[in-house]
Design a protein around this ligand. Sequence first.
Ligand code: 5AD
Ligand code: SF4
Length: 466
Amino acid sequence: MKPPRKLHIKSYGCQMNVYDAQRMVDTLAREGFVETGSVDDADLVILNTCHIREKASEKVYSELGRLRAVKDEAARNGRQMRIAVAGCVAQAEGEEIIRRAPTVDVVVGPQSYHHLPQLLARATSHGRALETEFPVEDKFGFLPAPKPEAIRARGISSFVTVQEGCDKFCTFCVVPYTRGAEVSRPAAKIVDDVKRLADHGVREITLIGQNVNAYHGDGPDGRSWPLGRLLRRLAEIPGIARLRYSTSHPRDVDDPLIEAHRDLPALMPFVHLPVQSGSDRILAAMNRKHTAADYLGVIDRFRAARQDVAFSSDFIVGFPGETEEDFAATLALVTQIGYAGAYSFKYSPRPGTPAANMRETVSATEMDERLVRLQELIDGQQSAFNKAAIGRTVDVLFERAARNPGQIVGRTAYLQPAHVMASPDIIGQVLPVTIQSLERYSLLGKLAAPATTPAPPSPSQMTIGA
Ligand code: 5AD
Ligand code: SF4
């Protein structure tokens, strides 16, 4: 038997890339590849790239420069190493990568990962291979399901893609160009995936998509199912203790989603709902299709359905035309909402997007300064939110042994890491933990009730905020 070939994948960017990397591993496992943690002994290195912000493509070229040296060294030792570029930079700049980086054997866009084996074969016979089309077939129908060992090795929390692409066309964003039009997977396929994951020990599912709550997959009843309906079905699957979804657009928050939050204890009360700016002028220039008041209205609907819901968001500072007054509106919105956490970014023009043609008006210094002010405000809110857990008893889903001997780490409903001293038997269970202290971003506590013998946990309600 031939020894297995080794595959190293380096992923950048979003959760979708993490998920896609696993699908590539599963696809190539069929071809006899096993994963390796280092590039040095890899027969195939895949850079799974991100194009969302900053000089993403420049980073790819410098990484390729480093890989070229490793590849040349392998060749000197009589070993062939191949290099593939996947992800959104591959999609956006495929031809240029082929031109600029002769060391690259394969360039593959996100819609074509199921063709990886053929592309590798083509690279062997023709020297190199590029595929950045949007094929008509649904790649999910062709990507193999992970093997039980792979599911177990990846732990108790898993991503599942439910939709891909976006039709919103925010003027700053490359996603509609790199990931294409919005496509939802049929509900039955997602149910099958989740059942399979649950059968092999997964307890938490995060449904992912670039605009996840635009989901409208075909349901088994012949109707189109919104995300809320899908969540309702997934909550019935034995073994699934927690459900999450990311990333949502405020415009696509509909009643079925709000009702799912009201009715499903397994649906975690933590919603990532990017707003980007608090200024209506800037929101309009961004083509966000909502105002600050609309966003606040959506937040209120969640809060009315479930009083312990908390929010995170994304913000862009320094969008073309953003004045100090616009920025103040963003700070005011953050103050009014009170986030459990948020990501903030400096605007970076993305080639091919409408905003890239707008005149940039905010200097680099102003952008830096606004970013610091916004992050300080958000950091303050985040630490207040974390501190509020001290003294409370909250449900924690235990994930793995921590670095400190004897400690097991899990997450609260709000994704806060929580550590307790306990036996590893509790991994996979949701147990109440009394929080005693906070160390940086981690909560420390003790089990509030003795752990039961390991059994599939039943969905249990958070006690925080009660
Ligand atoms: N510049 C800065 N930030 C951006 N994002 C998306 N495109 C850009 C850009 N051109 C941010 C948005 C989005 C997050 C994933 O990345 O805040 O929600
Ligand atoms: Fe990009 Fe999100 Fe806007 Fe879609 S909704 S264009 S993914 S920022």
